[in-house]
Design a protein around this ligand. Sequence first.
Ligand code: SF4
Ligand code: ZN
Length: 323
Amino acid sequence: MQCDKCGAEAVMHAAYSGLHLCSEHFRRSVESRVRRRIRDDALLSEAATADDPETWLVGLSGGKDSVVLTHLLEGTFASDPRVELVALTVHEGIDGYRDASLEACLELTDDLDIEHEVVSYADEYGVEMDAVAEDDPEGMAPCAYCGVFRRDALSRYADEYGADKLLTGHNLDDEAQTAMMNLLSGDIAQVAKHFDASLGSFEEREVDDSPFVPRAKPLRDIPEKEVALYAHLADLPVHMAECPHASEAYRGEIQELLYGLEDDHPGTRHSIMSGYEELARLAAEAHRGGEGPRGECDRCGAPTNNEVCRKCDLVDAVGGELP
Ligand code: SF4
Ligand code: ZN
């Protein structure tokens, strides 16, 4: 097969667009889609200058998604003094896994000359994921605890650091799976949260009132396989091992379902996401006039609709401690 742009040998075929692309044109296509998302979603303030830049905190796990994101952000902003990039790695306390991926993070941030910070569950919550997975007081998949802790660690750190934006490497498959899981569970409050977390929604209701550091996911248009191919072609230092606690069985089922649908009906993931975004906006408006969570957690001050937030409940359940 030949590249539709230049006739060189194609390295990929995207059924949803019909395009065959060579290595060079594939890389350019990923870069231009990600840059467009950065422009649309991350909305660099007009007030940002070389003397008073915006700080963008990038969640960097060492896996392909966050490594590609960090690499592309650096490529985009290396010569733009209005944005200062800082990478943040969350250390969950998973023996033999996180220490190795931390190496990949250090190698990348060293190469790119980006400041790198680490925050650990041990310091933040007084627990490590290995112990949580073993005790499992709530009878849930380890990832259910870990996801809550990671989101909290990233947003709290972003807030404390005074970051203007928080960027994460979620790709199109991650986003479509999460959307389907929330829809199939009938949890409309969770659907509405997708709207709370997106930056567009802050534009509509005054950023200053928001309890969150605005978030953006610049890879959200790029399928997982394309992110992996990009990382390979660009020869990026990616940590490949899988977490020993990876156990989200339900997500795996949804992933299989979406692979099948995408094979038979190319473009399904993109259309799920455009419908989901609109639905999330409507759900957020219907639920509470477009407002975010109504209150703050009594213990940690995080935005929540309950007296105590989910993270504080879980820290309690696993016998941890907030600093
Ligand atoms: Fe945490 Fe699950 Fe990811 Fe492992 S796979 S790091 S337990 S969310
Ligand atoms: Zn709390």
